[in-house]
Design a protein around this ligand. Structure first.
Ligand code: ADP
Ligand code: MG
Length: 494
């Protein structure tokens, strides 16, 4: 009753019966789902609520254990995930420049397609379907265009096995792109073809597209996948052009299940390459192979690329990856440190995330510096150490501390809205951070009390004075508050 019917039908209804185990006063409800992307989605979106409902119904604690079914025992049923990602996130607005498009303006999931969706079992044996054979089950994405293909031929080229969904931190910035990518990994050749992912440098485009390849490979070890940078494609075309060996080129590209082609903006001005790519593109789409492309801009924004091509790029699904917001940057730092078995204190992650904003690649660079610095100096990871390690990087940034910056930093730190800094709201969860921000404004800027009052929604200077005195007094007694103020001061001073 809480979910829109479509969502219920897509994610909850297809679940197989659960197994219930009682042990030591706890009830464990164990559910097995057919594939990886369904697992991810149900875990992140629904498991907490499901657990709460089960606990309520049961009258005592219920633990929900959701995992992927072993291949052989997978239930026979239609696959999930044929929903436009934007719609599965109630209450979340689309990022400003994200685009969703579907061919011919149809809904992204025609119901008959959901019904015709092949189930995911039993075709990882690698046997090519016998052409024209009688009782062949047709599995569109694995129909083999080259039945004679040698089994010893490498099926996967260019993928980086380190770039997986597991180590891609999800967040608002990549939510839609990640969701779409998960869908493609689970059902290549169906929805969202081609998938066009665009965004600035270092935001995770290459990572995401490799994750699709790796996920598909884990699911279907026999899938033929090719990852390559657009520049490699260009040089391939040039080479084959010189040697007049276009048939080889065709054979290489036209027989894939999944083609991942990175940074297509590099096709700009390369007419011959564009033509070849167009041919490969059409051939692959015709046999329902999946194509994923990345670019630094949306298809229509690509300069010097034939319009025939850019409009084809736009004919599946186009999604943007945005720069990560603060919370996501913190999560990325903690996750990356954890991957190296290092426990990154949250205040240090906050400090670094606050000061390194551009993209994930820079964030990684900063993290590497901090970790190396800690290792070689045999010191604990603290804000002071991070500041030392990132000295060069921080000194380039403008270190003028403004009241706005203080308001923003304090709001981020206490997870309230910046607008609450000016609002008249009084609950302690808001009033206290506001007083802290006033205190820091007095301490760290040259502004007078009336000026500060003005910047906090036109408050009287006596209100500011009261806040400053109160926080100063509490700081002496409350070590936790003192510690928080310390983190904020360090962060603001950079
Ligand atoms: P792009 O292709 O958009 O320039 P990359 O995919 O090369 O960016 O990402 C840059 C670096 O940041 C890579 O090391 C990648 O693993 C990492 N990265 C990007 N986004 C994330 C994320 N959400 N979680 C974890 N690591 C990420
Ligand atoms: Mg890239």
């Amino acid at each position: 009753m809480e979910l829109p019917e479509q969502q219920f039908n897509t994610w909850i209804r297809p679940l197989p019966p659960a197994e219930v185990i009682h042990a030591e006063g706890v009830t464990c409800v164990s559910v097995r789902v057919p594939n990886r992307f369904m697992l991810d989605w149900i875990r992140t979106q629904y498991s907490a609520r499901l657990e709460a409902i089960l606990t309520e119904l049961n009258g005592s604690e219920v633990r929900l254990d959701i995992a992927q079914a072993a291949r052989a025992t997978m239930p026979m049923q239609a696959g999930p995930a044929l929903r436009p990602p934007g719609m599965v996130m109630p209450g979340r607005a689309l990022p400003p420049n994200a685009q969703f498009a579907s061919n011919s303006g149809q809904p992204l999931m025609p119901p008959q397609q959901a019904a015709a969706y092949p189930q995911q079992t039993g075709h990882s044996t690698g046997q090519a379907p016998v052409q024209g054979g009688p009782a062949m089950v047709t599995l569109p994405q694995y129909q083999d265009a080259a039945p004679n293909r040698s089994r010893s031929q490498p099926q996967v080229m260019g993928l980086n096995p380190a770039l997986t969904f597991d180590n891609l931190v999800p967040g608002r910035a990549n939510q839609m792109a990640r969701t779409a990518a998960l869908h493609v990994a689970g059902a290549p050749g169906h929805m969202y073809n081609p998938l066009f992912i665009y965004g600035g440098v270092g935001l995770g485009k290459t990572h995401l597209m490799n994750a699709v390849g790796n996920a598909l490979l884990a699911d279907k070890p026999d899938a033929r996948i090719l990852y390559l940078h657009a520049e490699q494609f260009i040089s391939d075309v040039v080479k084959n052009y010189q040697r007049k060996t276009f048939d080889e080129l065709k054979a290489k590209y036209h027989q894939l299940d999944l083609l991942l082609i990175d940074d297509v903006q590099f096709f700009a001005g390369k007419d011959r390459t564009q033509e070849e790519f167009f041919n490969a593109f059409e051939a692959l789409l015709a046999k329902k192979a999946h194509i994923i492309m990345t670019s630094d801009t949306y298809p229509k924004g690509l300069a010097n690329i034939d319009e025939r091509l850019t409009s084809r790029f736009d004919s599946g699904l186009t999604v943007a990856i945005e720069p990560p917001e603060l919370e996501m940057r913190v999560a990325i730092l903690i996750k990356k440190a954890a991957l190296e078995a290092i426990d990154m204190p949250e205040d240090v992650a906050f400090f670094v995330a606050k000061n390194v904003r551009a993209n994930v690649r820079e964030l990684e660079g900063a993290l590497r510096k901090v970790l190396a610095f800690a290792k070689f100096s045999h010191k604990e990871i603290t804000i002071a150490l991070a500041r030392e390690a990132l000295k060069d990087l921080l000194s380039i940034q403008n270190r003028q501390i403004s009241v706005e910056n203080i308001q923003k930093t304090v709001a981020d730190f206490y997870k309230i809205k910046v607008a609450d800094m000016y609002s008249k709201k009084r609950p302690a969860s808001i009033a206290k951070p506001r007083q802290i921000a006033m205190y820091l404004a007095k301490e760290l800027t040259q502004k007078s009390l009336p000026e500060i009052g003005e910047l906090f929604g036109g408050r009287d200077h006596t209100t500011v004075l009261h806040a400053v005195r109160k926080i100063m007094g509490e700081r002496g007694k409350d070590t936790e508050l003192n510690q928080q103020l310390h983190v904020l001061e360090q962060t603001l001073k950079g």
